[in-house]
Design a protein around this ligand. Structure first.
Ligand SMILES: Cc1cc2nc3c(=O)[nH]c(=O)nc-3n(C[C@H](O)[C@H](O)[C@H](O)COP(=O)(O)OP(=O)(O)OC[C@H]3O[C@@H](n4cnc5c(N)ncnc54)[C@H](O)[C@@H]3O)c2cc1C
Length: 236
């Protein structure tokens, strides 16, 4: 498979870096083609602005999504956006490696989504979720936390990891874009214990050897919703 790793951590000696390096070495040794977007090393620009486009459709009123659609039609994104979009089209499977920051992704990765997951390229009025632009590809989040696992259970202090913290990413970004998101890999509070870190690296290695077997997250296709975007009664 062609596997793209989007990696967002500023420190090469971090645990996130260790997980990323493990993925590169294991996947390569298994015969996969691997590319990495190391967002901090690339100094990836996280903020959206007019410089994201080589041509503007409307100079007088800058509307980001309209310009994204126009740039998709005219192939006029800035080169850094174009390169990331090309990598996405190349990939069969995308891994996102990042620490949970403020219940979400670090800003550099959020900016990557804002700029790369462009209107027209990823989605349009009739094409989103199961008909999104990246249909046919899988994606997996590999995240680390500061809080322990118990904090992210349904009654935990930080809120359920899958239903509250990762839902906006897995459903709102990845599934929206057409990806089939698979179960995430979480390293809980890796700063705390060397034994836990060893175990996470072992578990992640096993997971990397069975990428094709990881269960997908069972989201509803768009056909299960009615004209008011409500889940039809028979699927509730
Ligand atoms: C702005 C900000 C917001 C945050 N918000 C949240 C939040 O909302 N929720 C939450 O839970 N947490 C939050 N955190 C905490 C954050 O999620 C954790 O600090 C982070 O996930 C830990 O991962 P790391 O890679 O940075 O760990 P590091 O501290 O880099 O690494 C942990 C340990 O692993 C060691 N290590 C590195 N490589 C290896 C290896 N190969 N083998 C064994 N050990 C190794 C390192 O030396 C280090 O001792 C936040 C942090 C920041 C800075």
């Amino acid at each position: 498979m062609n596997i793209l790793i989007i990696y967002a951590h500023p420190e090469p000696k971090s645990f996130n870096s260790a997980l990323k390096d493990l993925a590169v070495s294991e996947l390569t040794s298994l015969g996969h083609q691997v590319k990495v977007s190391d967002l901090y090393a690339m100094n990836f620009k996280a903020v959206t602005d007019r410089d994201d486009f080589q041509l503007l459709q409307n100079e007088n009123f800058f509307k980001y999504a309209v310009e994204q659609k126009h740039a998709t039609k005219t192939s006029s994104f800035s080169p850094d956006i174009q390169e990331e979009q090309d990598k996405l089209l190349w990939a069969d499977f995308v891994i996102f490696q990042f620490p949970i920051w403020w219940y979400s992704v670090p800003a550099i990765l959020k900016g990557w989504f804002d700029r790369v997951f462009a209107s027209g390229f990823i989605y349009s009025r009739g094409n989103r979720y199961d008909t999104g632009g990246l249909k046919g590809r899988k994606a997996m989040l590999s995240a680390t936390t500061g809080s322990p696992k118990g904090a992210y259970t349904p009654y935990g202090m930080d809120g359920d990891m899958n239903e509250k913290i990762l839902y906006p990413i897995n459903h709102g970004m990845l599934y929206f874009a057409g990806f089939e998101p698979v179960e995430p890999f979480i390293s809980w509070a890796p700063s705390h214990d060397e034994e836990d870190r060893k175990q996470y690296l072992d578990e992640y290695k096993k997971r990397l050897h069975n990428l094709e077997e990881i269960p997908s997250i069972p989201y509803h296709p768009t056909s299960h919703y009615d004209e008011n975007h409500q889940l039809k009664m028979e699927y509730r």
